[in-house]
Design a protein around this ligand. Sequence first.
Ligand SMILES: *Cc1c(COP(=O)(O)O)cnc(C)c1O
Length: 454
Amino acid sequence: MAEIKSSHGAFAFSGKKRSGPEDNDGDDGVVAKKSLLIPAVAIGEDPAAALASARHEFGEHGGVNMSIEASATFTVMEPETMRRMFSGELGPDRDFFIYSRHFNPTVLNLARQMAALEGTEAAYCTASGMSAISSVLLQLCSSGGHVVASRALYGGTHALLTHFFPRACNITTSFVDVRDYEAVRNAIVEGKTKVLYFESVSNPTLTVANVPELSRIAHDKGVTVVVDNTFAPMVLSPARLGADVVVHSISKFISGGADIIAGAVCGPASLVNSMMDLHQGALMLLGPTMNAKVAFELSERIPHLSVRMKEHCHRAMVYATRMKKLGLKVIYPGLEDHPDHGLLKSMGNKEYGFGGLLCLDMETEDRANRLMNHLQNYSQFGFMAVSLGYYETLMSCSGSSTSSEMNAEEKALAGISPGLVRMSIGYIGTLEQKWAQFEKALSRIQGPGLLNKN
Ligand SMILES: *Cc1c(COP(=O)(O)O)cnc(C)c1O
């Protein structure tokens, strides 16, 4: 990967248990920085297996759950220790904490789970997915820097790259179709391009990125690969497939409760350390910090993420298959007619299926709205709401909601039709109960021309 400046306080998740007070004096003043850079999990490991073998943190009183370190600041026994912490000699890898915007033990424990999930050396959690994305890009690019990004991106990320970065810090982006490898190669300006950025499964069009091939292309030119894996936790492991950095909006599947906004950056320890650097770190200095109480709540949900994902994916697959049989225009990578079906099958972790989102192309916004209105207000199949990963089905018309930041041409290039309904398939109720609700709503609105007759 491209060079990432190392910094003070290098650490990685070595899986060692809390050491105890003898750490206080260090070992002959030798700082075991590099020796801690042990990958959290083996490459190729199943994410659920990796999570189960990550260090389990017990509570202060022997609780099966960890305690919440609800402290903004931390004391030291000796004044000298403070100096050594600020010089980077003593850090969180040895249980020395300065201040919770920098590192908080509870947030760090969630980060350890995120690193295990994604198979990266380290991770750190942030207040939102957008802050994870903006911080990592600001860390990797300086003023004058250049990003090559996929055309099919989450609307907020698209706006960040199109409008905010050029104005605020002279970081520019070329958007390409990442399925066109030649276009990706040609868009990279050697020496200037720092990052290749794409989503593992794109929002909302559900195109799948060829992570190994795109990583090879980028690495040939010294470019760092950053992948947003929000749509496919467990399903895909971009870092295990060759990407350098994985970002997440934890607000979606990983949280699963539609009640928390959170994010994470998963990557090499050197990157996480550089982001926490007291002088140059984007997370440290911009401060999109996660609260320890939020980190605790999320850490209790990650152990059942694999179970939830399997059910989201299973139901999405069943519904997509049935919708297609009814003659609806359905976009789902699990269907054999999806252009990326084979690619996802070859890259995906076994037994997780093809993702929890599907799209129905209703062609016009009016038809899309009629369908969603009936699905919510007549048959209770789901809710009209943006976001995804909730236990209830969430539906939105992408062109006029989460992708409304894009203009008509950008939407057309990204393949977003005005009638595209994105559905995040929930797992509440029984599969047949919910399917009956879908059919009931559909039969209510069926007019001439709605279904493509096959
Ligand atoms: C929601 C989302 C984000 C932004 O995350 P927040 O947690 O809302 O800040 C980024 N990328 C994708 C793909 C998303 O769906």
